[in-house]
Design a protein around this ligand. Sequence first.
Ligand code: SF4
Length: 226
Amino acid sequence: MGAVARSYVREGRRRVGSKRARIRPIVERLVAEHPDAVIALRFRSEVDLLVSVMLSAQTTDVTVNRVTERLFQKYRRPEDYLAVPLEELEHDIMPTGTYRQKAKNIRGTMRMLVEEHGGHVPIRIEELVRLPGVGRKTANVVAAERGATQGIVVDTHVRRLSQRLGLTREEDPAKIEHDLQRLVPKADWGRFPHLLIWHGRRVCNARSPRCEDCVLADLCPSSRIA
Ligand code: SF4
């Protein structure tokens, strides 16, 4: 961001007021605007959920759903992922990209589920992040979808919108999550990322945000129409 853009945003911050005063109306307006803002990945079980989130790295939810439609017919329990040669699993998830690494991680995770968790997916973030290939973002998504929200998911949309809305000045996802946790009411931690993700896809695009159609324009220091 250049000097002009920085001063523009600083000016915007003065115009819209403190983030503490803005966070509730931001959440309320996004809930009204995107009542359908839920996870786009399709799954039927806790194991499906974990695998689909692991597969979603570096690809689209549409691609993951296309692949898992057949995958989850074939692999239902952790043992099923361990019963086939690694190459077969690689082939089955190939369209999601980086399939060698993903297959290796899924196998390692399934082995740990069987050996240490009785075939179940743990619910605590600290246990989830011990699974091979499961980072904090994946762990947060899995925990939140199972009704045990313990943090705030920070993906590329959440990062971009949090910055544009002046809710954080950080770049690092862990620091952004920390800022958001101090700001967003805990009851909203689960749905807040979905709201930003859908608003990011539909209105506040990375390249050309549609500020003229945005319900947050008067609350956003980066608005181009203020
Ligand atoms: S679309 Fe514009 S006004 Fe809306 S959140 Fe994005 S930058 Fe702000």
